[in-house]
Design a protein around this ligand. Structure first.
Ligand code: MRU
Length: 347
């Protein structure tokens, strides 16, 4: 049994406003921003002030509540725009649809005025459920890392409490495991181009007082091949019905390196990241982001020519066959395939 980690959330609902820890400013500034409308929440999601699949969903749930309060009889267009703020993490559409369903049910039964009280309740319930799910994921993933005898755990992007309710997903597993395992450490990949690993994962590891080191993304395969990593664990933005996983760009390369070195490649996330409607990973829409994210450093400094053509896919897809296990709050799928993913979702 693992002790729960101290409760922290990057998403704070005060009953009529949504506060978000602006992750674009970390690790140097901890500043909260205030959202008063679905448009504010959609903009925050688009510029990654709030990010990580589960937290995008949680914030969007509150975004629906804000919109329904502002326009009880005409909230649909604002909510549709919020739902489209980013395409890859299924949690966004999943959360919006849940809060919308609760709002519609209340309005159908009692008229438009019933929407404003119903929507925040649904968003809060979703947030509480995601908190509980992420705490179970962190504990189950820690147990799995212990079972594999992993001491040196590599992770990519940021999948802790900044991304994922109160327990985190992959980083939550790695931190929980490291705290219970003498000599354990976490290796964090920088995660070009937006440096979620360098800026956010390291911030969380420092706060958790877990032994860690930062590495350039391109260094991971060599360290894995040299036997300096025992396991890789990452999060997920969308899991297709066959177990293929979309996650932060660079994930697939780590999975290939892990397979070549015969070490476990693990994925952790809540079942809200599973999309049973998509048969396989090739059908997942991959967000292509602005070229300047690649051309420029976070401070704006040009790293290349101002006009250099760029490709900037924010995610890639790792085939289920490369994934040793998928850890969720409802259990572990191992091997990862259509049947084990369906079993997680239940009848
Ligand atoms: O673009 P981001 O920072 O939102 O991407 C986040 C990731 O890819 C995470 O690995 C994923 O959302 C899982 S978070 C539990």
């Amino acid at each position: 049994m693992h002790a729960p980690r101290a409760m922290f959330s990057a998403v704070h609902w005060s009953g009529d406003r949504l506060g978000l820890l602006d992750q674009t400013l970390l690790p140097h500034r901890e500043a909260w921003m205030d959202c008063a409308s679905a448009q504010d929440v959609g903009a925050a999601i688009g510029r990654l002030a709030v990010r990580g699949a589960p937290n995008i969903g949680i914030a969007a749930g509150y975004g629906v509540a804000l919109e329904v309060r502002t326009a009880p009889s005409g909230w649909e267009p604002g909510v549709a725009a919020l739902r489209a703020a980013r395409p890859t993490a299924v949690n966004l559409a999943w959360a919006v649809d849940r809060v919308v369903a609760a709002t519609r049910a209340a309005q159908a039964a009692h008229g438009p005025a019933a929407g404003p009280p119903a929507a925040p309740g649904a968003a809060e319930a979703l947030h509480a459920a995601e908190n509980a799910a992420s705490e179970r994921v962190a504990a189950a993933g820690a147990d799995l890392l212990a079972e594999y005898g992993a001491r040196r755990v590599l992770t990519h992007c940021n999948t802790g409490v900044l991304a994922c309710a109160s327990g985190g997903s992959a980083l939550g597993c790695a931190i929980t495991h490291a705290r219970a395992t003498p000599g354990a450490s976490v290796l964090a990949c920088e995660t070009r181009p937006l440096l979620q690993g360098a800026r956010l994962t390291v911030w969380e590891l420092e706060r958790a007082r877990v032994d860690h080191a930062l590495l350039a993304d391109g260094a991971a395969a060599g360290l894995i091949a040299r036997g300096e990593i025992d396991a890789v664990i990452v999060g997920c933005d969308r899991v297709a019905a066959n177990g293929d996983v979309a996650n932060k760009v660079g994930t697939y390369a780590h999975a290939l390196a892990a397979r070549a070195a015969n070490i476990p490649f693990l994925v952790a996330g809540p079942v809200s990241s599973i999309d049973p409607a998509l048969a396989r990973g090739a059908a997942i829409e991959i967000e292509e982001r602005d070229a300047d994210e690649v051309r420029r450093a976070p401070g704006g400094e040009l790293l290349t020519l101002a006009t250099t053509p760029v490709r900037n896919p924010a995610f890639d897809v790792t085939p289920a066959g490369l994934i040793a296990a998928l850890v969720t709050e409802r259990g572990v799928a191992r091997p990862v395939d259509r049947a084990s993913v369906a079993a997680l979702l239940g009848p």
